[in-house]
Design a binder for this molecule. Structure first.
Ligand code: NDP
Length: 297
């Protein structure tokens, strides 16, 4: 058997197109564009790349992008004052502070200062709480993107066994909550889990969010399992390579002969993250403008 390749890149492109259509309708109804403010502190090269691609994607979707680049030695007081201004700014529907922040800044304090109704990353404790108790709020972009790929492939997840490997606040825990809400039977595995291969073996759905290159092996998987690989790991370069290859947390080459469907790395979960950020921003805009969020967003 060769697993179906779950094409996150194509799914993300169609989601972005849908967001673009609704963004134009929003502008027509509200008399303004939906707006996303992105705050970058310092010059971390990876963060600069992410912020640039978020800016381009926001503009391409017909939304306003407000970029705030602050020096690495910005004080917490100044950063909190900027977030306050963005919270009060009616042109700003979503606020994203790019992580990681320089060491002298308290990430939790900064996230806590963002209005939960503009927290399109879904990292604020209010949104984590809303997800936990089943209220509508904002769900972190990566797990929500994984969920969209899963429901597109499997439809109803009721009663399916799901194993999430990883328990971070931004991926593993919200992923498990979403699967539970969809009536899957959920196990969360982590670094202290005993006999991980046999835990994974019972799963109809495996979500790997660990950060260890190709850790999940083919013989851990149940025949026909649907595998969502969140990991992004760069292997050391081999001869002739300038940079090493990007791989996920799952041994893709082996797993595709056992799984029913699997996301590749790159081109699987990665492209979904920005697409869902745009979607969350537009949802925030509809809510902030007291307009009905359209179905299918
Ligand atoms: P974290 O480092 O915050 O969490 C990793 C989790 O994996 C922890 O819960 C840890 O367990 C668990 N873990 C570590 N080693 C093992 C092991 N040997 N066996 C079982 N579990 C283990 O990572 P994130 O959740 O932030 O990210 C996970 C991966 O996803 C990374 O590769 C990251 O780059 C990628 N990522 C990709 C995104 C995308 O857009 N595609 C977005 C976000 C992340 P414990 O809690 O016990 O330490």
């Amino acid at each position: 058997m060769t697993a179906e390749r779950i094409d996150g890149k194509a799914f993300a492109a169609s989601l972005r197109e849908r967001v673009g259509e609704h963004a134009a309708q929003f502008e027509a109804s509200a008399g303004r564009k939906a707006g996303l403010a992105v705050v970058l502190v310092g010059e971390d090269p990876a963060s600069q790349v992410y912020v640039r691609s978020k800016h381009k994607a926001t503009v391409a979707a017909g939304m306003e992008s407000f970029e705030h680049r602050l020096p690495a030695d910005t004080s917490e007081e100044d950063l909190l004052a900027l977030v306050d201004r963005l919270n009060a700014d009616e042109a700003v529907d979503g606020i994203l502070v790019q992580l990681p922040l320089p060491d002298h800044l308290d990430e939790q304090a900064v996230i806590a200062s963002i209005s939960p109704d503009k927290d399109v990353d879904g990292f604020h404790v209010t949104n984590a709480g809303r997800l936990a108790v089943g209220q509508s709020g904002f769900v972190p972009c990566t797990p929500l993107g994984c969920m969209m790929l899963l429901t597109e492939r499997l439809g109803d997840l009721s009663g399916l066994e799901a194993v999430v490997i990883g328990r971070s606040n931004i991926v593993g825990k919200p992923m498990a909550q979403l699967l539970l809400d969809a009536n899957a039977t959920v196990t969360i595995a982590h670094s202290r889990t005993k006999d991980l291969p046999s835990v994974v073996k019972r799963a109809d759905i495996v979500v790997a969010a660990v950060g260890r290159a190709e850790m999940v092996k083919a013989d851990w998987l149940k025949d026909g399992a649907t595998v969502i690989d969140v990991g992004i790991n760069r292997l050391p370069p081999t001869d002739g390579e300038e940079k090493g290859r990007l791989v996920g947390d799952v041994d893709y080459a082996g797993a595709k002969s056992v799984a029913g469907a699997i996301t590749p790395v790159p081109g699987g979960v990665g492209p979904m993250t920005i697409a869902v950020l745009l979607r969350n921003t537009l949802v925030a805009a509809y809510r902030n403008a007291d307009l009905q969020v359209p179905d299918g967003l």
